[in-house]
Design a protein around this ligand. Structure first.
Ligand SMILES: [Fe+2]
Length: 297
């Protein structure tokens, strides 16, 4: 066989393997854990914002968490090979290890209006599971959710959109504010300010798009933030093409925050890779993720 034929065959095999893997990867599910500790306050303006990657699990940390959540985001129900059954199983496993304070959904139920019924079915199954275990189920809207009305009521979760509740730690008795912000969609996007909170308690903010943090007055930044939206890039390409070209409007990824835990301007942020696939039904080096998020005040 000619040398050129061998090269041709090897390249073809690699391309086929790549396509095969891109199709298979969305079926995997990473069940991980993130421990969020308070970051030192930093009121730097956005132009001087410092982003520091933090470990998901701080080493040598033995204190009990104040709040324990299961967080998942971006179901994009049209193509979400991770079934709701597997998410319910993750919730049950987490609850069996230690009591959960809530299950939280980070938005983007379906990519399009046509996928809403699948999305409702998916979230209804999780709602049912939360009810059986007596765990509150909260959520916020994502940029794709603006096309569907009454999502929280139909899907069976309590909306945190532009509202907040006071929560109390079952371990230390300390209180905190669990707040949420709605997403107004990619077109006609309005970046909300942080709501005025009549309390000095630490704030845990749930917001779909982590770029929201760049639009708050520095002194109003929350202590903790849970987000999704970025899908970890969904398809990783060389030279970060997925963010420089395909998601060039998303600012934080281009500043270095894509997935995992960060200190961003004094806020401890967790960004989930989410579960489903938006637009293209593929993932590459960005496996779906459901996370136990433990918060230490
Ligand atoms: Fe999404």
């Amino acid at each position: 066989m000619e040398k050129i034929d061998l090269v041709y065959m090897a390249v073809s095999a690699l391309i086929l393997l790549y396509i095969f893997w891109c199709f298979i990867e969305p079926f995997f599910l990473i069940r991980d854990k993130a421990v969020l500790k308070k970051s030192p306050k930093d009121n730097s303006p956005v132009e001087n914002l410092k982003i520091k990657r933090l470990p998901m699990l701080p080493i040598g940390d033995k204190e009990e968490a104040d709040f324990r959540y299961v967080f998942f985001s971006d179901t994009h129900a049209e193509w979400c090979p991770v079934s709701s059954k597997r998410i319910c199983e993750s919730i049950r496993r987490a609850q069996a290890k230690a009591p959960l304070d809530a299950v939280i959904f980070g938005g983007d139920m379906s990519s399009y209006k046509q996928g809403a019924s699948r999305g409702f079915k998916y979230l209804n199954a999780i709602s049912k599971c939360c009810k059986e275990l007596d765990i509150p189920f909260y959520g916020v809207s994502g940029n794709h959710d603006v096309h569907v009305s009454n999502i929280p009521e139909t899907a069976g979760f309590v909306s945190l959109d532009d509202t907040h509740i006071t929560v109390r730690s079952r371990t230390s008795g300390a209180s905190a504010i669990l707040a949420g912000l709605s997403d107004t969609g990619r077109k006609n996007r309005v970046w909300h300010k942080m709501p005025a909170l009549d309390s000095n308690d630490p704030v845990i903010l749930v917001v779909h798009d982590p770029d929201a943090l760049l639009h708050f007055e520095p002194q109003t930044r929350p202590d903790y933030m849970l987000s999704g939206h970025l899908h970890g890039g969904q398809m990783k390409f060389p030279f970060r093409i997925e963010f420089c070209v395909l998601r060039r409007h998303d600012k934080l990824p281009n500043m270095g925050a894509v997935q995992g835990v960060y200190n961003i301007g004094g806020t401890t942020v967790f960004i989930s890779r989410g579960l489903g696939c938006g637009v293209m039904p593929f993932r590459f080096l960005s496996m779906p993720e459901v996370t136990v998020v433990e918060i230490k005040l």
